[in-house]
Design a protein around this ligand. Sequence first.
Ligand code: ADE
Length: 225
Amino acid sequence: MNIDIITLFPELLEGPFRASIIKRAIDSKYVKINFHNPRDYSSNKYKQVDDYQYGGGAGMVMMIEPIAKCIKKLKSKKQYDEVIYLTPDGEKLNQSISNDMSNKKNLILLCGHYKGVDQRVRDLFVTREISIGDFVLSGGELAAAVICDSIIRLIPGVLGNECSALSDTFQDGLLAPPIYTRPSEYEGLNVPEILLSGDKNKIDLWREQISIERTKKNRPDLLKN
Ligand code: ADE
């Protein structure tokens, strides 16, 4: 997979890609991530990339021209499956969207900053708009990091034990059951007896029951579907 990220602040994204599973996925060539800065595409003498809003209002808007140039250049070299704009007014990210994205070959992620991008960027180039939740971040970069993490770990081969992604919370529409490791007793708190029983069928049943109870309690909305 190839992910091209358009951002004014690549340094906000570099850290999360330099450790753990994403780093391994990059090192093993499951994924290639490239940064592109709209500032490098500004024809303005001062490398300006944002301007005041027409009609007035607080906050600057990212101009269309540098972003359009950048996207056109990327598209001249590759065919992209999606051009995704990270924005709090997009569709809310969930596991099903991440599963879908993890099967794509080439993605562009566009990070807005300040108030966001000129609407015409969205009208002309963006194929999908994604929010990571009902809150506003300073820009799309941290949202892009979240999306990258959630899709890269799903690429077959990236996780050592592929089953471990299949047993994630949300993969079956339920929250994951509680997990334990050694010691079996800590300050009087014991690991549930059944997990020590060795009876795989009973353990699976117990996990499913607890998953359903957890989902009912914490996320009843998931059970409605
Ligand atoms: N940019 C700012 N806030 C965001 C959010 N919640 N999700 C995605 N992109 C954003």
